[in-house]
Write a protein that binds this ligand. Sequence first.
Ligand code: ADP
Length: 784
Amino acid sequence: GNDSTIGLVDPLTPVPSKAQAKSKTQVSLELQAVRRTLPIWSFQEEIRSIISDSNTMVLVGETGSGKSTQIGQFLLKEPWMARGTGSSGKKYGGCIAITQPRRVAAISLAQRVSSEMGTPLGRQVGYCVRFDNQSDDSTKIRYLTDGMLLNEILHDPELSRYSAVVVDEAHERSISTDLGLGLLKGIVQARQEKKAPLKLIVMSATLDVEKMAAYIGVSPAAKPATNEEPLVATDKEPLAPICRIPGKMYPIETFYTPMPIEDFQTAAIKSIFQVHYQYPCPGDILVFSTGSEEIEELATAVEELSLQMEADKPKIQVMRLYASLDPAEQQKVFIKGDPRVRRVIIATNIAETSVTVPGVRHVIDCGKVKTKRFRHQLGIESLLVTEISRASAQQRKGRAGREGPGTCYRLYTESSHGQFAKDTEPEIMHCDLSGALLTLSARGVDQVYNFPFLDKPDRHSFEKALLVLNMLDALDDDGKITEIGKKMSKFPLPPVQSRVIVAASEEENGNENKQENVLVDVIDVLSCLSVEGNILLQPTRWNKASEGAKKPVDPLLPLKKKRKKAAEEDSDDELTVEEKVHSKRMEIVHPSGDHLTYLNILRRYLSKRSNEQKRFCQEYQVSYPLMRKVENIRRQLRGYCRLDKVGELPRDSEMKYESETMVARYPRVSQDQADKILKCFLKGVGVESVARKVAGGKYRTLTASGNSASGVDVSVHPSSCLMWERHVGNDSKRAKKEEGESDRRDEGFGEAVMYQDVVWTSKAFMKCVSKIKLEWLEDLWVFV
Ligand code: ADP
């Protein structure tokens, strides 16, 4: 085990058998040949030599040049990698950390490198991402998300287990990368003073190299003393050494649309088939889209249309690529298929630099990206589709020219391209800073405003975040971290969610009734909220859940057929799939809303024997893969609570509702218990995420930008279980129109609701919504 995470094996990751491990060695021999063809291969001596003389370094090279997979293997046997003793007698080093902004990247890289080295995953080469640790004390190359690295700094401020930290994809400038870099600067210095140096390598595809090199600075490795000063121009800051791996780029022909485009999906489909008809195979098409839903929609459309192609045209194979995709699914893009088949890979900007898709000769770029934005108006963060930068557009286009001359179709006009921002704004400049500032405070940074940020957010954002942390009781009025704040920072969750756990743990103090443990329930709900995606499948996805089940239910065909049949026979005893699922779901809905409905679902799911869980999921159209993840997260969150002694959890064996009889006894959460749970959530989301009913049955947020002036109109999202009752009688067309109509339907949800999230489509929709009582606000915050 290790001290920062709980070493639990993800039940979804298969453990290789001995026979498999053997064939892995053969695989690794073949992979050795591939390694030698990578552009970085001939630079390994140079890289080793630079980093042996210096503690810091910047490494730039095109996507696919081999940085992420090779750097660890190049440095593994270096003398400075060995575990050694610092001046204080403490042991340091032995492992190399490679950070990634995305968990999928960390997982897939660890898998790739362990097969290159012919070792089982989780031993020499491993990974550690939020809620999933596949590494042990013998691990030498450890891929981790930059968030996990921050978590490790909390438990081990000197990062003593590492000899080197490699910050990969630094150009993405995720908020955690930026914080990590700032903290690492300090750690490099501290470790140098302890005579146990830590190496810091910053890697990137496109980067303002000099700015980064100046930022991380020079730190010569301890060598026999010379009087030589570092070689730098006198009026500039000293730069860390830079190594550039030249990339090969073939010419790319670029096309723009003559007119601005509104319907990107249709435009993308047209472009895909135009390219397919115009250019011979091989030569895959990479389409940049915005998010998983858009990708699924587009992919399905292309798949259907490709079935109607003339027989003499090459076949089309559609592939999806986005961050929440299953790693095994993602792995498929690396396999070059049949050269007579055209692959169409539809991806988010994950394919911009993070994942190298081989075989691409044509790029179709929608010119948009989904980013987290802080809505000052609402005081919350949400995902918004925004224009990409010119740097991004250039990078996307570049994906077409790696293996030969290519083409790039930009679904925007040339003049709008000219108006894109030059560079992508770092996340820290437009995000909610509360998580970041709590992270820094908990790591001993007192004056957060003076922290050496690579780019510093404006003062207003700092003030706003400090206010939020103060409202959450994480920081006191002097900006010092409180006991609550310290507890909150132990959890790999946003402050709004970790506050809920701490609130629930306080609730549990002295609670003798183990059957009604609020902390247990709160963790269950949070686990459901922490998976990427909704555990409750939406009607358009209902066929998905039936995959792998014995008797698949096709949601569309039978629906149509049955409808027709029902109309003909004038019989109403045959239910459509939608109706069946709906009536099933009405059994588990909790009247208060989504939070407790999730709890109801998880309880039922857990009470089933494992061989019945899949069927349960199908009956209720709950995502089975996500439920497996929920279970895992739940176990990990309980682990964090025990590790850091937050609250009192009964032993697993004493846990309620993990048997059929218990569920039978507690079919629904009692109202009293429900109120307690919801109050904990309210403590987290705060007054900022409460909307009260106003005239006309609409909901309006209580506050706008921190003061209680006029709020903002918000509607309940159609995916909320509060909308289910309105589906009775079930007309699928009506369900689809729901988004447009939901103002009218919001009537009667009670005097106020709280929500976890807001999405902006045609207007602001609240997601994960529960009814609350306004008087609770007074119980929780005296000032309201
Ligand atoms: P860089 O970090 O410079 O972008 P990588 O080290 O990620 O480059 O990739 C080097 C090569 O290894 C690329 O050709 C890429 O396609 C391949 N590769 C990377 N990860 C995997 C994986 N999980 N499975 C198969 N091939 C991979």
